[in-house]
Design a protein around this ligand. Structure first.
Ligand SMILES: CSC[C@H]1O[C@H](OP(=O)(O)O)[C@H](O)[C@@H]1O
Length: 356
């Protein structure tokens, strides 16, 4: 079994409880360690602390998390009580992080099963396990489709830049932004990649660089502040990033630092692509103005090497730490989904794509 697999699940068996088995991404790249969750609070904490992270992976983990709810499975078990327990778990997991819409998309699928179930509690539990596994399996196919759809956009590139981590570690496999790179690599065309370090949590330096290096794809870490100069020096042929929520008009919420990257790409006439499955789109939102932006602890900025290391900001000086920013659709050359490519996205094109 691949010890670097982002998410594994072990259904309850032989008296052992179900287990959500996560690669602990807070420990990468230094150590490969796994965190096993057996209840809702542990799952909530794992999502909150970015043990598991990335919009699709958060949704998959939350779906599996719901199945960890302790319910009476005896023949006389009360279905209504079990349903209420599952609903409480779903509501709690929905508070773990606010921006990635995949979390709520996945939880809504689990909630629908709870609402419509009429069999025994064991039947409901089994249906929820099956649905979580289905969500996981669907994501594998979505990543491969995004890889195939995005590959032609990068096929004429030599060097591409990406921000944060939208790869295997953020999904079931391959990722979204990194999926076209893996697709091309499998086809014998290997791109060179610049991975933006992505302060403050360094998902680019710690995670993207790690997974691409493991895969044999040449990757160079650059600080976020180097991106513009690399573009100006003609060293970047395209930029491709992931997303956490995309509004109906094509505005994109993604890791903080994405917006300035898009502005730089436009200034340097470099294509700027966003890769995401259609379950990352929020068609209820007319624009990115309505996307909730997670505000995280100032300590993530003040203690970049952890709170056991010296702080890097003066005591008493305020620190802001929004985890995401919004890139206007006008700066997006194309959106890449499992269904295809939306060039120069706007509301009409996005909604038509989602309906197709
Ligand atoms: C494939 S979605 C990846 C997306 O999620 C990341 O955020 P976080 O690391 O805070 O979960 C980042 O925005 C990536 O683009």
């Amino acid at each position: 079994m691949n010890d670097a697999e982002t998410i594994r699940y072990h259904a309850a068996r032989d008296g052992r409880p179900a287990e959500l088995d996560l690669l602990d991404q807070t420990k990468l790249p230094g150590t490969l360690t796994r965190l096993v969750c057996t209840d809702i609070d542990q799952t909530h904490d794992a999502i909150r602390r970015l043990v598991v992270r990335g919009a699709p992976a958060i949704g998959i983990a939350a779906a599996y998390g719901v199945t960890l709810t302790p319910v009476d499975l005896s023949p006389s078990a009360d279905l209504t009580e079990a349903k209420n327990r599952y609903r409480q778990s779903i509501d709690h997991l929905a508070t773990s992080r606010p921006t990635a819409v995949n979390l709520f998309w996945a939880l809504d699928r689990m909630r629908a099963l709870v609402d419509q179930s009429v069999g025994s509690v064991t039947d409901l539990r089994d249906q929820l396990v099956t649905e979580a596994i289905r969500i996981h399996d669907e994501d594998r196919q979505m990543c491969r489709s995004i890889g195939a759809n995005g590959a032609p956009l990068l096929a004429r590139c030599r060097r591409v830049m990406t921000h944060c981590n939208a790869g295997s570690l953020a999904t079931s496999m391959w990722g979204t932004a990194l999926a076209p790179m893996y697709h091309l690599h499998e086809a014998g065309q290997t791109l060179e990649v610049f991975a933006d370090e992505t302060r403050p949590l360094l998902q680019g330096a710690r995670l993207t660089a790690w997974e691409l290096h493991q895969a044999g794809i040449p990757v160079t870490v650059c600080t976020d502040s180097m991106s513009g100069s690399l573009m100006r020096e003609g060293k970047v042929d395209a930029v491709i990033v992931g997303a956490d929520r995309i509004a109906a008009n094509g505005d994109v919420a993604n890791k903080i630092g994405t917006y300035p990257l898009a502005v730089l790409a436009r200034y340097h006439k470099i294509p700027f692509y966003v890769a995401a499955p259609t379950n990352t789109f929020d068609a209820e939102l007319d624009s990115g103005d309505g996307i909730p932006i997670e505000q995280r602890s100032a300590d993530e900025v003040s203690y970049p090497c952890g709170t056991n290391a010296p702080r890097q900001t003066p005591e008493g000086v305020p620190v802001v730490n929004p985890a995401f920013d919004v890139t206007p659709a006008e700066l997006v050359t194309a959106l890449v989904t499992e269904k295809g490519v939306i060039s120069a996205p706007n509301t009409e094109k996005v909604l038509s794509h989602l309906r197709a």
